[in-house]
Write a protein that binds this ligand. Structure first.
Ligand SMILES: [Mn+2]
Length: 351
């Protein structure tokens, strides 16, 4: 499903005058888009004289400090759960799955009658809004604005600032515009991926009116790679496999390799996209053994294949050009590798 609800749902929910306290929950392992949309919306909500609080699952990487720009983001702990006051509204940003709250599922459990607003741009499997609501559990009143052809949730939140509908108006500051641009840049690889539509560019142009330092945003997001990470990428490129047609590239990362370069799983961020950038490649696959009972797969493609469909065959999901799979339990890595390539070749061949 490409679109559920609309921006008007957000205007309606936020113009409720009885709102005093809103809790914002981005997805686990919050990235530039998740943090930018959260911080910007929180600052907008505060302009409406409503308290806004952001709780994340784990520490946010330091290169995203320019996006957070001193907004007091809290990291979830049991103590925070115990002392948390009941909000009037919970907003889930950049995801629509309870699982992606990770530990913070407890917050939904604790406040099971608080309404939820979801703003997201990830594809959903749900056939209808009713299915979607049922998947979520009947307790929470649910309002949704989901558009899967948007580049980022930051692009969607920008709409609230740039094109208000009269119910309320939010003012765009240069700090908010910097965050939003950081979020859009994060999810579009600096406006290079095909999820950047004409609306994305219009919004970026409007954000640029705030005299943004675009080179600083690029530098923070794409220009601060540790040398060990690049050395690891070098070894992976040197040993990556290609199929016979030469249009699929893949590599299986075992924990020993990360140990060799003293890097962590997060340092593989961006690698699969780089593999996709190799000449003539339609699909890049990075299979990562996380532990004996967890495997993650990153998928990046061009128009030759919708990787969200490939991911779904294995219980994963995501976007047409960027998707992922997580497999729990023990799996034969080699069989998985062979099966993935076979399925991918079938899908590309069928197009
Ligand atoms: Mn996003």
């Amino acid at each position: 499903m490409k679109k559920i609800g609309s921006i008007n749902n957000v205007f309606n929910v936020l113009s409720d005058l009885s709102l005093q306290h809103i809790l914002i929950l981005p997805h686990v392992k919050a990235d530039a888009d998740a943090m930018a949309s959260s911080v910007s919306l929180a600052r907008g909500i505060e302009q409406l004289k409503i308290k806004a609080e952001i709780i994340v699952d784990e520490e946010i990487p330091a290169n995203l400090d320019f996006i957070i720009s001193n907004f007091p983001v809290k990291i979830y702990t049991k103590k925070i759960l115990d002392t948390l006051k009941k909000p009037n509204l919970i907003i889930m940003l950049d995801h629509h799955e309870i699982d992606r709250l990770n530990q913070r599922k407890e917050i939904l459990r604790k406040f099971s009658d608080v309404p939820i607003l979801i703003i997201d741009h990830h594809k959903t499997q749900a056939e209808t809004e009713i299915d979607f609501q049922q998947n979520f559990g009947p307790v929470h009143k649910l309002t949704i604005w989901l558009e899967s052809d948007r580049s980022s949730v930051s692009e969607m939140i920008s709409e609230l600032f740039l094109y208000p509908d009269g119910l309320f108006s939010l003012s765009l500051t240069s700090s908010i515009a910097t965050s939003l641009m950081g979020g859009i840049y994060g999810d579009t690889g600096g406006l290079r991926y095909p999820n950047s539509g004409s609306r994305t560019f219009e919004i970026c142009a409007a954000l640029m009116q705030q005299n943004l330092e675009i080179s600083l945003i690029s530098e923070k997001l794409f220009g601060e790679k540790p040398l060990n990470q690049l050395r690891l990428f070098g070894e992976i490129f040197a040993n990556a496999k290609l199929n016979q047609n030469g249009n699929i590239i893949w590599f299986v990362v075992k924990p020993e390799l990360l140990e060799k370069y003293q890097v962590i799983q997060d340092d593989l961020e961006g690698l699969c996209s780089q593999m996709r950038e190799v000449e003539n490649i339609d699909l890049a696959i990075l299979i990562r053994k996380i532990s004996d009972d967890e495997i993650r797969v990153n998928l990046r493609s061009n128009q030759a294949i919708d990787v969200s469909e490939l991911a779904r065959k294995y219980g994963g999901g995501g976007h047409a050009r960027a998707a992922g799979i997580t497999l729990d339990g023990s799996h034969d890595l080699h069989l998985l590798e062979i099966d993935l390539i076979k399925q991918a070749e079938l899908m590309i061949g069928a197009k």
